[in-house]
Design a protein around this ligand. Structure first.
Ligand code: ADP
Length: 160
């Protein structure tokens, strides 16, 4: 199966990578798709996010990285996939993800959403937590890969 894993990835965390790696084991092809959302203030540009993700999935032959604007269902059709993959960390994710999945399936009933339960050790981790820690000068090296941490620190001068 060819699945799309859409998200903001701002920044990509160990939690995202865990989902990508586990998905790559069970699906023929995984397309990590960075959503271009001009209304959302971001830490990294789309190009930066795509470049970092590409570097991080370099060893996985069946994982590619792309970006898209607009509806995920339209992007799915464009790349000839009918499966969206999303991660679920806790009950808090469920209600929101359920709404999106049903809305997407209503928009295009060929599109199905599959959910992967987060690995326990990353079930607390989100891009927002990384940003919050940074705001208060916290250490983010347990949350994101070294190359991402370096880029963040370069940008924020250590979060200060
Ligand atoms: P969005 O802005 O669309 O929520 P994110 O970049 O925050 O995108 O996340 C993309 C996907 O990855 C979502 O399905 C989200 O639930 C999932 N995800 C994020 N962090 C984790 C994690 N620690 N473990 C498992 N899934 C995660």
């Amino acid at each position: 199966m060819k699945v799309i894993y859409p998200g903001s990835f701002d920044p990509v965390t160990f939690g995202h990578l865990d989902v990508i790696k586990r998905a790559a084991k069970i699906h023929e092809e995984v397309i990590v798709a960075v959503l271009i959302n001009k209304d959302k203030k971001s830490m990294f540009s789309i190009e930066e996010r795509v470049d970092m993700l590409k570097e991080l999935v370099r060893d996985y032959d069946n994982v590619t990285v792309d970006s898209f604007a607009g509806l995920t269902v339209d992007y799915a059709k464009k790349v000839n996939s009918n499966v969206i993959l999303r991660g679920i960390r806790a009950v808090a994710d469920y209600e929101h993800e359920k709404q999106i999945a049903i809305a997407n399936n209503t928009a295009n009933n060929n599109i199905e959403t599959l959910f992967m339960i987060s690995s326990e050790k990353y079930s607390y981790l989100s891009s927002s937590i990384v940003k919050e820690f940074l705001n208060f000068g916290g250490d983010i090296t347990s949350f994101v890969p070294a190359l991402v941490a370096k880029k963040i620190y370069d940008k924020t001068e250590g979060g200060k």
